[in-house]
Design a protein around this ligand. Structure first.
Ligand code: HPA
Length: 271
């Protein structure tokens, strides 16, 4: 593993982040309050961790949190760095590499997303089954290892998707599956771009997650991803999304999101 990831791993291990975590979660816009559900909490601001991304946007706390949920130790990334902040699609390389360096096997990526299908309404939770990278970016550009030619077939792990569906059934929450289209942002899409995404087979649109999926597969982690639908995408039923709307709706849906995550963690094996 690269030196800068090892440095981050040594730093957080020395501060007690060495449990056999059942899974790590990257929490998207408005979803950071999952951390309030944990017991035995330890947290470190990203700004303290060597080689971690320094930037964050409103709606993101920018802390690494360890704690217990449903009797299992888990790791939370409260906030992420986005491609649109730095122009570097590899901005999350150290955090994702850290998950691997700490010995975890599972990474769950969460996000706020727009729906390009009117029947998937704001407030819905969607489990990702695949993605479309429409950003032009890739976190492995300029990587020179053989590992850069990573396969993305089956990137969204079928076992973890089955666990999510088991959690959905237990909680009575509907969790349809969908394809997430990544566009760079930070401007929202045009209605014409959303019509393009519909034609290409996307169900959701967002500005994150895909580079983290690519990095996670590069590091051999099993990946699941959950979107909280915060709005109808541009032009659908006349929609004109705003950042405020995405934050507000994500916060409104966060109770449902937390119930699903709790049930999901309860279903995970202990390792
Ligand atoms: N487009 C892109 N990203 C988003 C959206 C959207 O409509 N909603 C939440 N994140």
């Amino acid at each position: 593993m690269e030196q800068n990831i090892q440095e981050a791993a040594e730093f957080v291990r020395a501060r007690g982040f060495d449990a056999p975590f059942a899974a790590a979660f990257v929490l998207g816009t408005g979803l950071g309050t999952l951390a309030d559900e944990l017991t035995d909490v330890v947290s470190i601001p990203y700004t303290d961790i060597p080689n971690f991304p320094k930037s964050g946007v409103s709606g993101h706390a920018a802390r690494l949190v360890a704690g217990t949920l449903e009797g299992k130790p888990i790791l939370l990334f409260q906030g992420r760095s986005h491609y649109y902040e730095t122009g570097d699609a590899g901005a999350m390389r150290v955090p994702v590499g850290l998950v691997k360096a700490l010995g975890l096997r599972r990474l769950v990526l969460t996000n706020a997303a727009g729906s390009v299908r009117a029947e998937i309404r704001p407030g819905s939770l969607v489990a990702l089954s695949d993605h479309l990278n429409l950003s032009g970016g890739n976190p492995l550009l300029r990587d020179h290892t053989e590992g850069r030619f990573v396969s993305l077939t089956g990137a969204y792990d079928s076992g973890l998707r089955a666990t999510l569906q088991a959690a959905a059934a237990k909680t009575g929450i509907q969790v349809p599956e969908g394809v997430y289209a990544w566009l760079s942002g930070p401007s929202f899409e045009t209605p014409a771009e959303i019509r393009m995404v519909q034609i290409l087979g996307g169900d959701l649109v967002g500005m994150s997650t895909v580079p983290e999926v690519i990095l996670a597969r590069y590091y051999g982690l099993d990946v699941a991803s959950i979107s909280v639908v915060t709005n109808l995408a541009a032009g659908i039923e006349g929609a004109s999304p705003s950042h405020q709307e995405t934050k507000d709706t994500a916060a409104e849906a966060s109770d449902k999101f937390k119930r699903l995550i709790r049930a999901f963690v309860a279903e995970l094996p202990h390792d």
